[in-house]
Design a protein around this ligand. Structure first.
Ligand code: GDP
Ligand code: GDP
Length: 437
């Protein structure tokens, strides 16, 4: 699992600047779940071969009194989900009483706390850091979030305490645990109800409740001879009311479930339609490259005249992922739930296209003959051959001259045409280029 890093510190020390630097914003899953994580942002990033999740805990320490309150309520969940804490202070403003109070609280956590003395651009880093040793935190890193100075080195040190991620082999995983399906969605869309439906009512599964808020419950089962493992991100809430008060939805848990799944079953509520949060979640799933099947739940509650409107609206708003299938269901009544299985299967099979280099190259020739690669500078890009470079998500590697100059629009054209010809459904596809001489 990706290590989870929480950024804490009083306002204006540079948390969101660092967050943006670490997640490059464009790729970040920025989640603001109303009433739950209003002030927090979540993102993912990678430095070298080390991926991580980063949480900006937001508004800790609104004034000295606020520190205590904010730390106990708002940021506690983020801290409890973190593997390491990056505690930011302002190297220009100097040490404050709020920093001291925060340091004291963080020292009580049973996790590594790294002290980041920020804004050291243009100042002497040793002089700027000196007074912060008084906080009694041994891992001190002078950084400049804005310019990126020392940031890479700092992250490498922070992450060096965690094991390197293993090379993932989705097919091997499926041998061991069947198709791994993560059931995801916002609170109350009907995940728990759907999980029970998917498992079949006659089989009441007793869950192992040893987990914490961070753990996703894994439920292995077999259906029509096919093995599955459901990753149930909602289970805890239903069983252990204890956790309900803490938080109904854990973004970290959702992200980790995505990382560990082959197929994501994204549940939305027909009444509410596609919300910003659903789109953020979907953005992360696509970024990671997992298959997606969307279940539009609570269809039973929709008047007939509304249904076409909801469908059309979804189609329009999901234009950026035309390969994704959605299906209307009622988890409560069981309607349509069984139909999710064939969709999951199609997606799963699509994630592992079996096609020879020969055939893929011929497809590429057919596609490029119809619509030639553009001329970049003085040279026409020449694409020579294509092969499969990976699965879940499928990666199509194209070799050629000047191939790395292929513009995005043409890459998308190739992606869509390959998808059609290979009859891929329910999975993102990556087309990548390798330039030869
Ligand atoms: P947050 O409230 O902790 O999230 O702080 P912000 O990231 O919003 O930063 C507060 C201010 O400090 C902004 O004006 C930033 O541009 C500035 N800032 C952040 N990092 C640096 C840095 O490394 N050097 C300098 N000089 N300014 C910074
Ligand atoms: P979760 O928080 O996503 O796990 O959602 P739950 O499964 O706990 O469901 C939230 C509420 O929605 C419950 O009151 C369910 O009975 C209700 N619900 C779930 N599925 C349906 C459905 O298909 N139709 C209707 N009308 N209500 C549903």
């Amino acid at each position: 699992m990706k290590p989870v890093l929480a950024l804490v510190g009083r306002p204006n020390v540079g948390k969101s600047t660092l967050f943006n630097h670490l997640t490059r914003t464009r790729d970040a899953l920025v989640a603001d779940f109303p009433g739950l994580t209003r002030d927090r942002k979540y993102g993912s990033g990678r430095i070298g071969d080390r991926p991580y999740v980063v949480i900006d805990t937001g508004g800790i320490g609104e004034g000295l009194e606020g520190v205590v309150e904010a730390t106990t309520n708002q940021a506690m969940q983020a801290l409890s989900e973190a593997d390491a804490v990056l505690f930011l202070v302002d190297g220009r403003a100097g040490l404050t009483a709020a920093d001291q109070q925060l340091a004291q609280q963080l020292r009580q956590l049973d996790k590594p706390v790294h002290l980041l003395v920020n804004k050291i651009d243009g100042v002497d880093e040793h002089a700027a850091s000196a007074e912060f040793y008084a906080l009694g935190l041994s891992d001190l890193h002078p950084v400049a979030a804005e310019t990126g100075r020392n940031v890479r080195r700092m992250i490498e040190q922070v992450l060096s305490g965690f094991p390197l991620p293993e090379e993932r082999d989705a097919e091997q995983e499926a041998e061991e645990s069947g198709i791994r399906v993560a059931v995801l969605g916002r609170p109350n869309v009907g995940k728990s109800t759907l999980v029970n439906r998917l498992l079949g009512e006659e089989r009441v599964v007793v869950y192992d409740m040893a987990g914490t808020t961070r753990d996703t419950i894994e439920i292995p089962y077999t259906r029509h001879g096919q093995r599955y493992t459901l990753l149930d991100t909602a289970g805890i809430r239903r069983r252990g009311k204890v956790f309900e008060a803490v938080e109904k939805f854990s973004v970290v848990k959702a992200m980790q479930a995505v990382d560990q799944a082959h197929v994501v079953l994204l549940v939305i509520d027909a009444q509410e339609g596609l919300t910003e949060q659903d789109l953020h979640l979907l953005g992360y799933v696509i970024e990671v490259g997992r298959c997606v099947v969307m279940a539009v739940n609570k269809w039973d509650g929709q008047p007939t005249e509304q249904r076409e409107k909801i469908r059309a609206d979804l189609q329009r708003r999901l234009h950026f992922a035309p390969w994704m299938r959605f299906h209307t269901i009622s988890a409560l009544h069981g309607t349509g739930v069984g139909d999710l299985y064939p969709l999951i299967h199609r997606a799963w099979e699509s994630a592992f296209p079996k096609v020879s280099t020969n055939r893929l190259t011929r497809m590429m020739e057919e596609i490029t003959a119809r619509h030639q690669p553009p001329i970049v500078g003085r040279n026409r890009i020449k694409l020579r051959y294509a092969h499969i470079g990976g699965s879940n998500p499928p990666r199509i590697i194209i070799h050629g001259s000047k191939a790395d100059a292929v513009p995005d629009a043409y890459r998308r054209y190739l992606e869509n045409r390959f998808r059609e010809l290979l009859k891929l459904e329910g999975t993102p596809v990556r087309v990548e280029f390798k330039s030869g001489a």
